[in-house]
Design a protein around this ligand. Structure first.
Ligand code: SF4
Length: 168
């Protein structure tokens, strides 16, 4: 038993990733500062799935868990485009979804921004261009920023949001 505790003291708890914790803390601090400065402390995101496999959405769900906890930084996922500052767009811009994406964008109040998420909206996912695929999204919308990955991990998404905030 004593050996176990000696090892624990020396190595720490192996499921913890202190390097990641520190990196995330620094990113969170910068995001909070930027949201406060550029969005008066509250940034509303409307996530729109334009025909995705749902893995991008699953990664975004993790942003609400107690570890990433985006809401504590002033970033909220909202249910209506009418309340949104930013559209976070995933998926391929399918033939069926494109009119709904455009309608959602139209309903967002000015000023508004579009961030594309994952390989699909920029047509980098391995899908063939057919009549049913309207990607890239930039052909239809003014895309302010892109977060790459298939799917991007929560840390990549959070970094992408910070890059967007620095850019505008
Ligand atoms: S980018 Fe990849 S993970 Fe995201 S919706 Fe497309 S295929 Fe799925």
């Amino acid at each position: 038993m004593i050996q176990f505790w000696n090892k624990r003291v020396k190595e720490g708890i192996l499921t913890e990733n202190t390097a990641l914790d520190k990196e995330l803390e620094a990113i969170k601090r910068k995001i909070k500062e930027n949201v406060k400065k550029k969005f008066a402390g509250s940034l509303a995101i409307r996530m729109v799935d334009s025909g995705s496999c749902n893995a991008c959405e699953a990664e975004c769900n993790a942003l609400s868990n107690p570890y990433y906890d985006l809401e504590r930084l002033g970033i909220y996922f909202v249910a209506s485009p009418r309340h949104a500052d930013v559209m976070l767009l995933s998926g391929l811009m399918t033939f069926n979804m494109t009119p709904h994406v455009l309608e959602a964008y139209k309903q967002m109040p000015e000023p508004k921004w579009v961030i594309t998420l994952g390989a699909c909206p920029v047509m980098e996912a391995p899908f063939e261009k057919t009549f049913a695929v309207k990607a890239p999204a930039a052909d239809h919308l003014p895309v302010a920023h892109h977060i790459p990955g298939c799917p991007p991990e929560p840390l990549e998404i959070i970094k992408g949001i910070l890059d967007f905030l620095k850019k505008i």
